[in-house]
Design a protein around this ligand. Structure first.
Ligand SMILES: C[S@@+](CC[C@H](N)C(=O)[O-])C[C@H]1O[C@@H](n2cnc3c(N)ncnc32)[C@H](O)[C@@H]1O
Length: 211
């Protein structure tokens, strides 16, 4: 379900500057096979935040075939270099990402790991400047204490699907994914260590600053 008039989504996406042919190809592939990438407007916000905090180390949980990774890699490259960790549990998606990100010129920046994402973050050294979370939604609540531990003070967490196509408003929806999103939202907004805003672009992104 689209929560806003489709004109609004199109308008927001159209405001994003033109992307490279490879990025356009990744966007078309998502449309063709209905793969849930973050899309241009959310990608631009991720890029903006990563540039604004001068992020040099970004850890992504649930990276797919590298579309969101490309936005963070662009920011990190323009910030003078660093690392974006691409983590997904599907080998084929990791390989697809490798090809796209190599074509985009981010080979020096992106590190790949085929793994359950929370397990990978648990073993990662950190602290990170920015963590992006887009994993299975029922795991969102348990991800928060770990993310808090691995993010530096002054770092930013971005987490996708916080409006969940409006399913969060349906009191009858008690599925683990919907419950996970509701619970995560409650946990982070009631924790005084975070400054939180839910930005209602696309499927809703929480952007949270760790004090
Ligand atoms: C919604 S897609 C997002 C893709 C990417 N963030 C983007 O916007 O381009 C989430 C991806 O993460 C993977 N995934 C979901 N939960 C995961 C987990 N716990 N550990 C590793 N990968 C996970 C899914 O298989 C899928 O490929």
């Amino acid at each position: 379900m689209e929560l806003l008039d489709p004109k609004v989504y199109k308008y927001l996406d159209d405001l994003v500057p033109p992307r490279s042919p490879e990025m356009k190809l990744m966007e078309k592939y998502a449309d063709d096979v209905r793969f849930p990438i973050i899309g241009p407007a959310s990608g631009q916000l991720c890029y903006l935040v990563a540039r604004a905090i001068n992020a040099k180390s970004v850890f992504e949980l649930g990276s797919g075939y590298g579309y969101s990774t490309a936005w963070f890699a662009k920011a990190v490259q323009e910030n003078g270099g660093g690392t974006v960790y691409h983590v997904v549990w599907d080998e084929k998606l990791s390989q697809q990402a490798h090809q796209h990100l190599e074509t985009l010129g981010y080979n020096q920046i992106v590190q790949y790991q085929v793994s359950e994402a929370l397990q990978a973050l648990r073993s990662a050294k950190g602290p990170f400047d920015l963590i992006f979370n887009d994993i299975n939604k029922e795991a969102y609540p348990e991800s928060l204490p770990l993310i808090k531990k691995k993010l530096r003070s002054g770092g930013v967490l971005i987490i996708d699907n916080m409006l969940w196509s409006g399913k969060i408003f349906d009191d009858g929806d008690k599925t683990p994914a919907t419950k996970g999103i509701r619970e995560f939202t409650h946990l982070i907004t009631s924790d005084p260590d975070w400054i939180v805003s839910l930005v209602p672009i696309r499927d809703g992104l929480i952007v949270a600053y760790k004090k």
